[in-house]
Design a protein around this ligand. Structure first.
Ligand code: SF4
Ligand code: SF4
Length: 162
């Protein structure tokens, strides 16, 4: 993928299981990359599914991304999706790790961005069992107390957030 100012380069993080999705009949999750990922790109790029692939808007690649260069997913250890949901008419951003957890430097940047712009942040961590990925994620939030309480309630209700 590329936009006016950025392209994926050697990053294939979104195709390698760090974004949970289903491609054809294949569930893609940590430890189970998309079968079309070559490790360098997409083997069916021109025929890739519209949903989720064409409609996927990686926060680092989007035009005029506020993410600095070093936040490229391969180096930052996280994938950011802006405006993934809305809370009280405020955009909420989502960040997921490329690995078990978002590295501290990246998380600190994301939390500061969230505070500066008044945009709640939801971020995830992979749940491991016996050293292996389980396909389950812990969901955490950063924002006002009210937002955190709402998020906890949504999680308790098992509400689908995105
Ligand atoms: S995570 Fe972003 S930068 Fe990396 S391959 Fe996907 S779209 Fe490109
Ligand atoms: S079909 Fe291609 S673009 Fe879509 S997840 Fe698989 S490798 Fe990535």
């Amino acid at each position: 993928m590329s936009t006016g100012n950025r392209s994926c380069g050697s990053c294939t993080a979104c195709c390698d299981g760090w974004v949970q999705m289903v491609i054809g009949d294949n569930p893609v999750h940590p430890g189970s990359p998309c079968p079309h990922s070559t490790g360098k790109g997409c083997a069916i790029y021109s025929d890739r599914p519209v949903d989720p692939c064409v409609n996927f808007h990686c926060g680092w690649v989007i035009k005029d991304s506020p993410l600095p260069g070093w936040m490229q997913p391969q180096t930052s250890g996280c994938i950011v999706l802006f405006n993934k949901l809305s809370w009280n008419n405020i955009p909420v951003d989502l960040a997921m790790p490329v690995g078990v957890k978002i590295p501290q430097r990246s998380l600190t940047w994301l939390k500061a961005f969230s505070e500066q712009h008044g945009r709640p942040l939801i971020f995830t961590e992979q749940i491991m069992q016996k050293g292996k990925y389980t396909n389950q994620q812990k969901v955490l939030g950063h924002g006002t107390v009210e937002f955190q309480q709402n998020l906890l309630q949504w999680l308790k209700e098992g509400r689908k957030l995105w």
